[in-house]
Design a protein around this ligand. Sequence first.
Ligand code: ADP
Ligand code: MG
Length: 876
Amino acid sequence: MPPSVSNPTPMMQQYLSIKEKYPDTILFYRMGDFYEMFFEDAEVASKALEITLTSRNKNEKASVPMCGVPYRAAQSYIGRLIAGGFKVAVCDQVEDPATAKGLVRREVVRVITPGMVLEDTFLEEKSNNFILSVFRLQDRYALAYLDISTGTFRVTESGSDRAVVEEALRISPREIIFPATSTEAFFGELLRVFPETAVTRMDDREFSHARSRQKLIEHFNTVSLEGFGCEQLKAAVSAAGGLMAYVQETQKQKIEHLDGIETYHLDSFLWLDELSCRNLELLKNLRSGSRQGTLLGILDKTLTPMGGRLIRQWLRYPLVNKEEIEARLDAVEEAVERHTESTGLREHLKSVYDLERLGSKIGMGQCNARDLLSLKQSLQQLPMLAERLSAFSAPLFKGFAHLEALSNLAGLIDDAIREDAPPTINEGGMIKPGFNPQLDQLIQISRDGKGWLLNLEAGEKEKTGIGSLKVRYNRVFGYYIEVPKTHAESVPPHYVRKQTLVNAERYITDELKQFENEVMGAEEKRSAMERDIFNEIRAAVIHLTREIQQAAKTTARIDCLLSFAEIAALGGYCRPILNREGRLHIEEGRHPVVEKTISGERFVPNTICMDQENFQILIITGPNMAGKSTVLRQVALFVLMAQAGSFVPAAKADIALTDRIFTRVGALDNLSAGQSTFMVEMEETANILNNATPDSLVIMDEIGRGTSTFDGLSIAWAVAEYLHDLAGKGVKTLFATHYHELTELARQKPRVRNFNIAVKEWNDEIIFLRKLVEGGTNRSYGIQVARLAGIPEDVIKRSKKILYQIENEGHLSPSPAGEASGQKKAKGAAVQIELFQSLEKSIMERLKSLDVTRMTPLEALNVLDDICKKSRAGSN
Ligand code: ADP
Ligand code: MG
């Protein structure tokens, strides 16, 4: 809040009373050609925008901090503030300063917040920009979210707070709103998982059920919310109503393109938690967070922005309903078979702009003539797309409707808007000649008028002999003839004096007066008229908002299906078969991303079979770098891709319909190091154990690494056992581990099988064969891998000697008491666990746990030295 100002000027009074209503925004207060900011706003904004902080009334005691940005450049400054998480209230002059009596009336015309933006420059083309509203009603948790730039508006509700937090992460909003008085732990958790997201607390009353329902019904002009499927979802209605209130408060106009709510249930989609999404590098890579090297990066060959947003959604929300998945696969298959025709279709897609966002911008008046041209060009493609699609039979390729109305609209824009229209709508030059006779006349007059004036000027100069005579126009006096004072004597008598300046006199004549009556402000009239015509066309567009949004949706879907088909055709993918029996058979499968990114080596395809009866839990061992993690991720990605409706890179794939995929990566293996501590890893493991079902798929990659060997092994062992016994049925699990002791589990649990990734020893070196084969391993080849990594030969030799000693002499030492006493009693396990209680064995474990690829030679030497000392001490 600004400090109180004594004796504020009327303008400052106006400013303060407006600012009072927008306390949590930065108020852009329009003054002439600038937006000015005052007080704290000025201090904050000048820092954020790196502009000069000055002050008003500098010399007085109560000087006011102030900064400003030019009106014409406001957009980019607003963009930077939004990116910084601020909200900006744009306060404009709402009456003409020329005609206003007293202080010009000003009003906030729009509040721009991180979650409420329309301008392309603030938006990412292929991502949605969501604002999320969260509400809790007893034990129901609801989410409502909206992308105002596309009109996407969804709600969902659940009884599980954890599921709702996960869903919020999946939505990944730019801004969150919730009732001001929400204090329970759930909201605290939300704030914790979104540390950098802008949060707005709203008046609780805006979330009341009755008020919310009423607001939504009024907006959508319906009698109930039945048609949107959320009439019964009270919490969801409140969340949506609160969001609607926020939209109205910030946008100050009816949002025509917001024409419905989509209600969905979390169970309708495969559940992949945020962590797994990151581990699998679905949308962002672990290194830099970009799309490079991600599944999305590989599969997204879409050509339109809305297609790009939809494919992201398809990958993040894979389906679980077999029929829906098959419908997508049918379409993809047809497009693969008709590859030439598909390519032709894609050519047309290239000329379709962001129909969704264009529709929204135009609807909300944040557009110019160029947006109309983009809309026209996009709409013109639709009949051609529909025509080409008529050769296809898959139902998902149908759906273009209202083509005639949309074509007519394109025709209207084509008739009206000049191809070279300027980016502004206030200066004319937008409308084609011939579109409106009245406008043509105005243009004629103003064009001829200029010539006439030039003529008049030349004529008068000649008649009077005053070379410096000028004919000019201003808004106050209209047209006049200006003569320097020094020539006042030569002025003819029919000149009527209007105004005296310091150095000149201004006159009018009857002739000029008459001309003025005709053309007075023809330019201005022309601009105003062009703006009116522009707005009429805008109205015609708004009238077809629904149809445009529907065409955008259809285009997006076709774009995605064709993108899947393109990848499938070029990449040698196959159509997955889906089964409900829990079978997961992949023949000659490749990791879709790794196969494209490895260099120097050919990707070796792998065959993997899992089921619910015999091959439920696969323990996969193999040396570092063998390819364990790659196989694991590949299987998870196959399930995701298949259920998203994509083909998969394999010779054959039979995919079990899966409800949830969980992936956990051991602390040291997690590339986003630093974040992942052992504790977090264990929390996550607990989450899997509590939420996996027999229809889930679990990927465990080297869990237990972040603690001591024995703890780690014990935990890994117990987790594997638990997953095997889960709900009496077990859950399909891929378990990569460097604890080869775990292979013992296969002897005790009927549905556990051992696999390893084969390596070949050759002349004391290892060659990675990259082949998954049945059976366990009992060697980790750490020393050979160390050699591959460039550890000096002396160190390698020495470590081999040590290893030999440990392997051949170490087992003789008796196991010390203590650690062993608390161990599990399982027969095989007990034998195994006792075995590695010996000092030498523990040294060996230490060796194995080293990740030499991440060590400097010096570090390696130090460890080695330490081990030597210990082993000498131990054997004495
Ligand atoms: P691990 O988890 O066993 O340590 P990774 O799965 O991380 O091994 O694989 C290590 C590297 O080996 C990968 O980055 C990749 O370059 C290569 N790789 C893995 N699997 C294959 C394969 N099937 N064919 C070719 N190269 C592979
Ligand atoms: Mg690995």
